[in-house]
Design a protein around this ligand. Structure first.
Ligand code: ADP
Ligand code: MG
Length: 772
């Protein structure tokens, strides 16, 4: 790249050749001008190197400043005339020459100026150069030729024989050498400024002083006759004197004639010179125009040159940038080449692997074909197994239902809560849990409550006898039973809801016996004390997911209401309705529909236990708000959690749906008849009556269903009316009777146990799944 940069000037030569030619021409012209200027300066009296006045080398430079010289040698100053010659031996009267202090004007113009002034000139033999000879060498030479003549003419005292030169002969060589001053004008025949320089040198060395006295008029002397010195005539020889004078006069006349002739010649020469001067002036103007044009071209050329230099600099800068770029690209190229080599090696490796893979692939393809055949066979087997599985599932459901029926469509579990801290420990034997027929390993199904008859003991004075009350249920949970154990017993029942059987689970018992604990769970959110509702829903979600593998899809919609004093209130209400206890009504979903809905209640789709937890949290909050306004209202109301389950097997066009109802009943305790009836107690009485009424109705409904009566009094209470789809027909019912372990509650415990026993004796007909 450096080589290119070095070649750049060469490449620029071609476009600049025209300009360079003009430059060369301009330089030549300038050098010539400088030489001429140098020569002029050399003669310039301002520089002090002029040989003296009278040389004629410096003529007036302009007509305005020229001295007007009269024929008689008198000099008249004109406006703008120059100062007299400062040289000591040169007086104005003597030489008649004014020194021009302005060296800049062209001599040619001075000649023309003189002509224009029409200054009378003494006719003398012309020493002017002829056209094509001296004038072409420069205006200075013409000055050289003119000035001595002027001086002679101005002097008039000097009789100079001026030879009329041939028009084309050099003026200086044609002049006679009769006078000293003219002798000085003998200069070599040289052209151009050198000639002027030579003349100037000669004139400078010559002292002009003696020339003036030599030109003193000799008129006073008698004319020389025959080359002899004339003798002075005596004063009396007047005739002789007259003869001399006549001879002298004749001589002067001849001379006058000669001078007149010479004058005519000089006038002719002057005209020629004027013509030449005009021609030269025209030529000068042409040259000046040419000079101006060349100067303009030179300036333009300079400007172009400057532009080109700037452009060259810019190009050089760009070149530097490009070189840097090229270096970077070269580096990058090297890197890429290296990378390319690496990639080529990798490509070879990949190709080798590809070949190996292709070989393996062909083997694998054969294997895949085998596997596909196997897969097809397995798919067929899978379909067959699916069919079998579906048959088995249906069989499972049928057997499961049979099992539930064998267990009873109405089952009763008894659960005794533990003695809480701070509560009196019951006497031993107050509650007994006798083992079943299979021994202690069998789950307990029996409960014995010992009650002492205080009245009989007091009357006889003997210790009060105890009466043992034995109860038998489907399952009895002693105080130490955990929530998981309880749920384990009902899990299969809950799963029946997925099979399309309505399921209803009650918690019955007096207040504080553990109903809410059983249904919702204990306080603190401890998973160990989680109640049946969250456990049942989690179990349903899990089983529904498993059944999804067999083509079943399930959806769940939850609602939670409480029935207090025969009014229904939404426990899931949020926002402005939260805690307001806005009344809801139980309505059929549509005309002719068996399905019941609660107006103004929220029905929330749920799909995971988190959502169920959130709903239970909202229900607890709503109960807490109600508790502040009405004393322990929760224990005086029935809480009904319902989950509407809908299942569908799209592949087989099967649908099933059933409600799961989990009911936390109001406290079953009766009002103490011995209590005084104040305003609060009257309100409590109404509550209790409503509760007892609804619970009695529940018992009556169960009895009616058991006895297969034609009329089932569902409408006698809001509770049974709401739960009618979960009680009759194919419904499966489970009742938890919750018992307090305290002896003080024995009366209510016995009442509960009796009510539960009645229910337990009921057998509702064969359950039918709600299948479509
Ligand atoms: P109810 O709802 O029948 O009025 P609760 O469920 O509120 O009764 O129970 C009353 C108290 O007894 C609560 O503090 C509860 O935590 C406690 N409790 C009930 N059952 C159990 C149990 N099985 N284990 C431990 N604590 C229980
Ligand atoms: Mg409760």
């Amino acid at each position: 790249m450096r080589g290119t940069a070095e070649k750049t000037p060469l490449s620029l030569e071609s476009p600049l050749s025209g300009f360079q030619k003009r430059q060369a021409l301009y330089r030549e012209f300038n050098s010539a001008e400088r030489r001429r200027a140098t020569n002029r300066n050399h003669y310039d009296p301002v520089e002090g190197n002029d040989g003296g006045c009278g040389t004629g080398l410096v003529a007036p430079r302009s007509p305005e400043r020229a001295c007007f010289v009269s024929r008689a040698g008198e000099r008249t100053r004109v406006p703008g005339a120059r100062a007299p010659c400062p040289l000591p031996l040169c007086s104005p009267g003597a030489c008649g020459t004014e020194l021009d202090m302005e060296p800049q004007r062209s001599p040619l113009l001075e000649v023309r100026g003189n002509v224009e002034l029409k200054r009378p000139l003494v006719k003398a033999p012309s020493r002017l150069p002829l056209p094509g000879t001296r004038f072409k060498r420069g205006p200075d030479q013409m000055e050289d030729a003119l000035e001595p003549e002027k001086k002679r003419t101005r002097g008039l005292d000097t009789v100079t024989k001026i030879a009329t030169s041939h028009p084309r002969a050099p003026a200086l060589t044609a002049r006679p050498q009769t006078q000293g001053q003219t002798t000085a004008l003998k200069v070599p025949k040289k052209t151009g400024p050198r000639c002027s320089t030579a003349i100037a040198t000669v004139l400078k060395n010559q002292k002009p002083g003696p020339a003036v006295p030599a030109q003193k008029p000799a008129a006073a002397a008698p004319p020389m006759m025959g080359g002899k010195k004339p003798t002075k005539r005596p004063a009396w020889d007047l005739k002789g004197q007259l003869c001399d004078l006549n001879a002298q006069l004749k001589c002067f006349r001849e001379r006058t004639q000669t001078l007149n002739q010479e004058n005519l010649q000089l006038q002719d020469q002057l005209e020629e010179a004027q013509q030449q001067a005009r021609a030269l002036g025209a030529e000068c103007r042409t040259l000046e125009g040419e000079l101006a044009r060349v100067q303009a071209q030179a300036e333009q050329g300079q400007q172009e040159l400057g532009n080109l230099r700037a452009h060259v600099l810019e190009l050089e800068e760009q070149l530097g940038t490009q070189e840097g770029l090229v270096q970077e690209l070269q580096k990058e190229q090297l890197g890429l080449q290296e990378e390319r080599r690496g990639l080529a090696a990798r490509l070879e490796e990949q190709e080798r692997r590809l070949q190996a893979s292709e070989a393996a692939l062909s083997g694998s393809q054969a294997e895949v074909a085998c596997l596909r055949q196997e897969a097809a066979a397995q798919a067929a087997a899978l379909v067959e197994q699916g069919e079998r599985l579906h048959g088995l599932e249906m069989e499972r459901r049928r057997l499961h239902n049979q099992l539930q029926e064998l267990k009873g469509n109405i089952r009763v579990f008894c659960r005794v809560r533990p003695v809480l801290p701070g509560e009196p420990t019951p006497s031993p034997g107050f509650l007994l849990f006798p083992s079943g027929p299979g021994g202690p390993s069998d789950p307990p199904t029996r409960l014995s409550v010992s009650r002492s008859d205080d009245r009989r003991g007091t009357l006889s004075g003997a210790p009060a006898p105890t009466t043992r009350h034995d109860f038998s249920f489907d399952r009895v949970f002693p105080p130490g039973s955990g929530q998981d154990q309880v749920f384990e017993e009902i899990a299969m029942l809950v799963q029946s809801a997925l099979d399309g059987y309505p399921v209803c689970i009650f918690a019955y018992g007096q207040t504080g016996s553990g109903k809410t604990f059983t249904m919702e769970g204990g306080p603190g959110g401890d998973p160990q004390v989680e109640g049946l509702i969250p456990r049942a829903l989690r179990h349903l979600f899990s089983v529904a997911q498993e059944l999804g593998g067999q083509g079943w899809t399930y959806s769940f919609v939850a609602s939670y209401v409480e029935i207090y004093n025969e009014t229904v209130r939404d426990l899931l209400a949020t926002g402005t309705r939260k805690g307001q206890g806005g009344e809801c009504e139980i309505r059929r979903a549509g005309p002719g529909s068996e399905e019941l809905t609660v107006t103004n209640a929220r029905y929330v789709p749920v799909s995971c236990e988190k959502e169920v937890e959130a709903l239970l949290h909202v229900a607890r909050q709503n109960r807490a708000v109600a508790r502040t306004s009405q004393n322990e209202r929760s224990s005086r109301s029935h809480s009904v959690f319902q989950l509407q389950i809908s299942g569908e097997h799209a592949g087989r066009g099967l649908q099933c749906g059933a409600p799961l109802s989990l009911v936390d009943l109001a406290g079953s305790e009766r009002l103490d008849p011995g209590l005084a009836l104040g305003p609060g107690e009257r309100e409590r009485l109404r509550e209790t009556q409503a509760i007892n009424s609804s619970l009695s109705t529940l018992g009556l409904v169960i009895m009616a269903l058991s006895n297969k009566e034609s009329h089932v009094p569902y409408r006698n209470s809001k509770l049974t009316y709401l739960l009618q789809n979960s009680l009759g027909g194919s419904a499966k019912m489970l009742m938890f009777v919750n018992i307090s372990p305290l002896e003080e509650n024995v009366s209510e415990s016995l009442n509960s146990l009796r009510f539960a026993s009645k229910v337990n004796q009921c057998v509702i007909g064969t359950a039918q799944a709600n299948r479509k």
